[in-house]
Write a protein that binds this ligand. Structure first.
Ligand SMILES: NC(=O)c1ccc[n+]([C@@H]2O[C@H](COP(=O)([O-])OP(=O)(O)OC[C@H]3O[C@@H](n4cnc5c(N)ncnc54)[C@H](O)[C@@H]3O)[C@@H](O)[C@H]2O)c1
Ligand SMILES: [Zn+2]
Length: 381
């Protein structure tokens, strides 16, 4: 049986890579582009740096700066209307996962009829998309490298994903300098999201040797460097390693998908707007304890990848990773569900919605029950 592994973007990586933007725009022969970002990226002075590079090319451009965290269908439709009216022939998205995911979704609507909700699921996009240059400013979601766009359907109150190789950014400019201004709490949350991607894709039932290789390497880089960037946001060597770890990890989960942690996080964000990384991080250790029963060898592999001493006794080693992740979340100040404003009264409703999350299909432990999810939420409270 053959395995399928998809990688497509052209990547410019390293400090100062933003200077490559004019060349990338020129390569695609863009005449009119849409630049996408949010208020935080503007306030950090990053949008202006990108605009200065775009202006070197003489290309005309429109700006969509209305990106919100956990972007919704409505915001996608609003930006798409603007892009269609301006007849753009390409996109530059600068920001965290929210800005890049929004640009991917808008790009779908340039060559495919709306509404965007029609493309939820895997390989639902019919026509090829326009060139999209992704410039990440967090480390991160790996959205710059993945074939995924995560969006909120406000009517159904769900977070759903469009997964399709056609939406992958054509080009990535990964310049670690752009992550220097990320506030500490966002650095911690986005870094924990990346760690969750590495762990969940490694144990996914879609994992292959190619995804496993990238997940282990990604995890070891991220686990070593996340505490460093949280301690000192100006540690640019560590910031650079975080961005590298995200790209490597993106190769893994773009192909192997994720699991129960993301199922719970999507439900928490859809109902209560929790930042994606925080929502993952607060349940991650408990879901890993739960999954350890079904994939003890893989849990030991992951523990080994972050340098934990293995005893050789599988019954003990299978919990090492979960314990280390719990310690890490405490050290980084990841908030509990209670601290994030969630009430126990909502647990039953949340558990019901989590059970409907398609991503549960990739989790190594199957047969997940309402009681299992309630127990995890209870531990994360
Ligand atoms: N497509 C994928 O593969 C994928 C994977 C994981 C998560 N996601 C999605 O990505 C979104 C989350 O993205 P995120 O965690 O990167 O956060 P984000 O894009 O929502 O940004 C979080 C906050 O940080 C600010 N910010 C970003 N970069 C900054 C910088 N350099 N300096 C100062 N402030 C900065 C933003 O303005 C925003 O206020 C969620 O919707 C999540 O579902 C997508
Ligand atoms: Zn994620």
């Amino acid at each position: 049986m053959s395995i399928h592994f998809f990688v497509s973007s052209s990547i410019d990586f390293g400090r100062g890579a933003l200077e490559d933007l004019p060349g990338v725009i020129g390569k695609h022969g863009m005449k009119s582009l849409m630049l996408v970002y949010d208020g935080g990226v503007k306030a950090a002075g990053i949008a202006d740096k990108v605009i200065a590079q775009i202006e070197k090319t003489g290309v005309s451009y429109v700006i969509f700066d209305g990106v919100i965290p956990n972007p919704t269908n409505e915001v996608v439709e609003e930006a798409a209307k603007m892009a269609l009216e301006a007849k753009v022939d390409g996109f530059v998205a600068v920001g965290g996962g929210s800005s890049i995911d929004l640009a991917k979704a808008v790009n779908v609507l340039m060559t495919n009829p709306g509404p965007i909700g029609a493309y939820g699921g895997i390989n639902m996009v019919k026509n090829a998309c326009l060139p999209l240059v992704a410039i990440p400013t967090t480390a991160g979601t790996s959205s710059e490298i993945t074939n995924v766009s995560a969006l909120i359907d406000t009517e159904k109150v769900i977070k759903y994903v469009v997964i399709d190789d056609k939406i992958t950014a054509s080009d990535v400019i990964a310049d670690p300098e752009l992550t220097r201004t990320v506030p500490r709490s966002v650095t911690a949350a986005t870094g924990m999201d990346a760690i969750t991607h590495a762990v969940e894709s490694y144990i996914s039932n879609m994992a292959t040797p190619l995804t496993e290789y990238n997940a282990l390497k990604g995890l070891s880089i991220l686990y070593e460097n996340l505490p460093k960037v949280c301690e000192n946001g100006d540690d640019m060597d560590a910031r650079e390693q975080m961005m590298l770890g995200c790209i490597i990890t993106g190769f893994s989960f773009s192909n192997a998908n994720l699991g129960l942690v993301h199922g719970i996080a999507h439900t928490l964000s859809a109902h209560f707007g929790l930042p994606h990384g925080m929502a993952n991080a607060c349940v991650l250790p408990y879901v890993m304890r739960y999954n350890a029963e079904n994939c003890p060898e893989k849990m030991a592999d992951l523990a080994g990848a972050i340098g934990l001493p293995l005893s050789g006794d599988q019954e003990k080693d299978k919990y090492l990773l979960a314990d280390a992740l719990l310690e890490l979340t405490k050290k980084l100040g990841i908030q509990t569900l209670q601290e994030q404003g969630i009430s126990r009264d909502d647990f039953d409703m949340l558990a019901g919605d989590v059970l409907n999350e398609p991503v549960l299909g990739f989790n190594p432990r199957q047969g997940i029950t309402r009681e299992d999810i309630l127990a995890i939420l209870d531990q994360a409270y």
